[in-house]
Design a protein around this ligand. Structure first.
Ligand code: TNX
Length: 496
């Protein structure tokens, strides 16, 4: 392990000290996970299940090694952004030679303590040991997410849940779902069933079709919420709408789109939001999405409006934004969205390192907050290397080092760093069509990105060698979970 940090933890915690006496806690019998409040039960259940999966027996009786989860507050509802917030996610983990204590003011913080504890476990034959540390930890950014494209190629509920599990291990707390695009529509909308009966059946060439029923979507929202992951649905308009136009008889309000689109071009479709019919369809859609989504946000896209006249784009975006606030939600849009955004609560998601930078910095000056998703570092659909079997390369090849060696606060020159709300990695599915491919593109790169989002800003620029060994140490855990990951040449993985 690197000299400065001897434990295989990723993201690296804020502060770690070694306790005295410096002997490991040895787990050679049953463990009892103890809670002091009902709010601690969920992280306790999570930890128990994870320990059982490692063949650590747990017992309800107060015997054996005690792992105590202590919730110090009864006030831990998500904040106005729908996430716990930095203070609530703060936790302390103390390992003594008799037991473990995790303390936090929220269940989310206790869960983070649990994921840290699981990474600390050292296998010693049939028993486990935990080094005698006290860790005081808190996230740098309150928003740490993944944007997941279900539209080009679909991933069924069970696989989306598995991605949530991956996010939890790395202390992410947002899953943004790109639910529709030119190639398909992935969420059942009761007022317009054709969206899924027709465009739920289409996909990019070689990709998977399908969709989430409303019950499945609700199940996912609940599954994620139980693990302190917020679901942010994206209905991408006015571009990226060919699948909608293909499914609904709206030839008068968009381009006539008789055939499904299975290519990978972008920016050729438009939902004409200057037409009342289109606007009322979109109102129906967003109203249902809002009803299904307890979180405060609806992402409304706005990217790549290449065929949309500038003025109409601006009025369309303003109309969509108004709709979102009228139904009681807050809007997020991709960079281009700033051209029409009227409300400073609207959050801008930065993605294209080449365009809209001045508009972004100006928007931040006006008060918009920004989610950082710079494609050249966090677009996990980019290939690792030119010969990698999946993905694209328009934003460059992204090796593990590229996903780590960047700094959000200085990534966009002149962007007011205080306006950065957090980070989202993204995976687009034009050329990623299986569970295995998804996980291999996510892992290991999601781990270094988690560190950029969670851990304190380092004094010197990040270098891969600061994280490589800790990354390699995750291999056994990922293998045990059955999560395929890319054995990048940049990391010395343990022998298989
Ligand atoms: C750009 S990111 C897009 C997506 C593509 C992606 C492929 C964004 C807002 N637009 O439509 O899927 O590149 O990497």
């Amino acid at each position: 392990m690197d000299r400065n940090f001897p434990h295989p933890l990723i993201p690296v915690p804020k502060k770690t000290v070694t306790n005295t006496p410096a002997s490991n806690l040895v787990i050679d019998g049953p463990v009892s996970v103890i809670t002091n409040a009902s709010g601690a039960q969920q992280p306790a259940d999570y930890l128990t299940a994870e320990l059982n999966a490692l063949d650590v027996a747990t017992t309800a009786a107060a015997e054996g090694t005690a792992i105590a989860l202590e919730l110090t507050s009864e006030n831990y509802a998500p904040n106005a952004d729908g996430v716990p917030g930095i203070e609530a996610e703060t936790y302390r983990l103390t390992v003594t030679d008799t037991g473990v204590e995790i303390v936090s003011s929220s269940p989310a913080g206790l869960q983070h303590g649990a994921t840290t504890l699981l990474q600390l476990l050292i296998a010693d034959g049939a028993t486990w040991q935990i080094p005698p540390v006290t860790i005081e930890d808190a996230p740098r950014y309150a928003w740490r997410g993944l944007s997941f494209d279900l539209a080009r190629s679909f991933s069924p509920l069970v696989e989306i849940k598995e991605v949530v599990d991956v996010l939890v291990e790395l202390k992410y707390n947002v899953l943004h779902l790109h639910l529709c695009d030119d190639q398909g529509w992935r969420l059942q909308i009761r007022s317009h069933p054709e969206l899924t009966t027709v465009s739920g059946q289409t996909a990019v060439e070689g990709g998977r079709s399908g969709f989430l029923t409303q019950e499945e979507y609700r199940e996912l929202v609940e599954y994620a919420a139980d693990r302190h992951v917020l679901i942010v649905p994206e209905i991408d308009v006015p571009g990226h709408t060919h699948a909608l136009l293909h499914a609904l008889p709206l030839a008068d309000v968009g381009r006539t789109a008789p055939d499904p689109y299975t290519g990978i071009d972008v920016g050729f479709s438009e939902l004409r939001l200057d037409d009342p019919t289109a606007l009322s369809v979109l109102t129906d859609i967003l109203t249902e999405v809002a009803e299904l989504t307890p979180g405060p946000w609806i992402h409304v896209g706005g990217d790549e409006p290449f065929v949309i006249p500038a003025e109409r784009y601006v009025t369309s975006v303003a109309a969509v934004e108004k709709l979102v606030y009228d139904i009681g939600k807050k809007a997020i849009g991709w960079n281009e969205f700033v051209r029409g955004a009227q409300r400073t609560e609207t959050v801008i998601q930065h993605w294209n390192p080449r365009t809209e930078l001045a508009a972004l910095t100006n928007a931040a000056r006006r008060g918009h907050r920004v989610i950082m998703s710079p494609a050249s570092h966090v677009y996990l659909d980019m290939q690792y290397t030119a010969d990698h079997p999946y993905g694209q390369d328009w934003a460059g090849l992204i090796e593990v080092a590229d996903s780590y060696e960047w700094e959000p606060s200085t990534n966009v020159p002149d962007l007011d760093a205080d306006q950065i709300m957090g980070i989202e990695a993204a995976i687009w599915m034009e050329k990623i069509h299986t569970r295995e491919a998804v996980l291999e593109m996510l892992l290991p790169r999601l781990a270094p990105i988690a560190e950029v989002a969670w851990s304190p800003q380092p004094q010197h620029p990040r270098k891969l060698d600061q994280v490589a060994e800790r990354l390699a140490a995750q291999a056994t855990r990922w293998e045990r979970k059955g999560w395929p990951f890319h054995r990048s040449q940049q990391v010395q993985w343990p022998a298989q």
